[in-house]
Design a protein around this ligand. Structure first.
Ligand code: ATP
Ligand code: MG
Length: 308
């Protein structure tokens, strides 16, 4: 097995911009989220790749990963629409140092359009912010979730990657978003509860018919060996008990720079671009995104095939 490099950013954008565009109600047909042809986020956006970040257990680093990966992808030239789908406990705005006036709650209440609430973040990242402390938003019904996905697909802006951060837990909200995605990035730490919950999520998604196996990222590991051992174990049990070949995207080690950057309300890839975590986030972006292909003259949409 080839040795993987540790996963490995820096500028800020302007203020929010506005253009009205309402959520689009779904037409009569009932979509099957598992077929790419009828992928909710592709109904109006065939060239956008949707990546959902999920975990099972909370506090494993999903939101930091989503924010930093978005910025690192932006540095590579990708146009990223970053969606905070942790609707009740949002944090991406804080992690990016953005101050939304409106958020998804206003959209779901019918007061604002999705376009109204979009904020320009660093490196061409556009944030669709959510709210904090709104438990009633934790579980959207299927209709509202579908409207939201369709609305995201209809936003009038060029997007290469739709990156969605989710809440912890195995709620229907999370699993439905995963089932609608092109790629699911499952985050775990080496600790047994996180490991067990990550496996539980993968199992549930498998039972619910996830088309493509999820990809794994180990965060908060103490050493490369510990991270690789964690990835190896989860790959092993998924292969043995679920007949699934999980792809490992690598790891981000525990790095105090992450906490320092959080306190500065900046992504670590911007605040401490040479820190181990920033380097790891950039390496992850590199694995997921190939910049403009000069031959073809366009951005390849399929992520690089990675060695496990
Ligand atoms: N690689 C890392 N090194 C050090 N600290 C980290 C790292 N990744 C995340 N953290 C810290 O771990 C904590 C949890 O991170 P984060 O909020 O991103 O997790 P989460 O999975 O989104 O949590 P939740 O499930 O509550 O949404 C934060 O305090 C963050 O600063
Ligand atoms: Mg989070």
């Amino acid at each position: 097995m080839a040795k993987r490099p540790a996963l490995n950013s820096s500028a800020r954008g302007g203020a929010g911009r506005k253009r009205p565009l309402k959520l689009v109600s779904p037409p009569g047909e009932k979509p099957d989220a598992r077929t790419t042809a009828d992928h909710p986020s592709r109904w109006h956006r065939p060239n956008t790749r949707t990546i959902v970040v999920a975990s099972g257990k909370g506090g494993v680093g999903k939101s930091n990963l989503a924010a930093n990966l978005a910025v690192a992808l932006g540095e590579r030239g990708a146009r990223v629409l970053l969606v905070d789908a942790d609707l009740a406990q949002a944090s991406l705005d804080l992690l990016l140092g953005l101050h939304p006036r409106y958020d998804l709650q206003h959209v779901l209440d019918g007061e604002k359009s999705l376009e109204d609430i979009c904020l320009d973040g660093p490196q061409n990242v556009t944030l669709v912010p959510a709210t904090s402390g709104a438990p009633e938003l934790a579980e959207l019904d299927d209709y509202r979730r579908e409207c939201l996905l369709r609305g995201l697909g209809n936003l009038d802006r060029q997007t290469d990657i739709l990156l969605i951060d989710t809440a912890s837990g195995l709620s229907r909200q999370v699993t439905q978003l995963c089932l609608a995605a092109d790629d699911v990035l499952v985050v775990t730490t080496p600790e047994m509860p996180a490991f067990a919950d990550a496996y539980g999520l993968i199992k549930l998604l498998r039972q619910q018919g996830l088309g493509r196996p999820p990809q794994l990222l180990v965060n908060l590991a103490g050493s490369p060996e510990e991270a690789e051992e964690t990835a190896h174990r989860i790959r092993l049990v998924a292969r043995r008990f679920l007949s699934l070949e999980i792809e490992s995207l690598g790891y981000v080690l525990f790095d105090p720079s992450v906490g320092r950057a959080v306190r500065l309300q900046q992504p670590v890839v911007i605040a401490f671009p040479h820190s181990p975590a920033a380097i790891a986030f950039r390496a992850l972006a590199e694995r997921l995104w190939e910049p403009v292909d000069p031959e073809a003259g366009r951005r390849p949409l399929v992520p690089q095939k990675l060695e496990a």
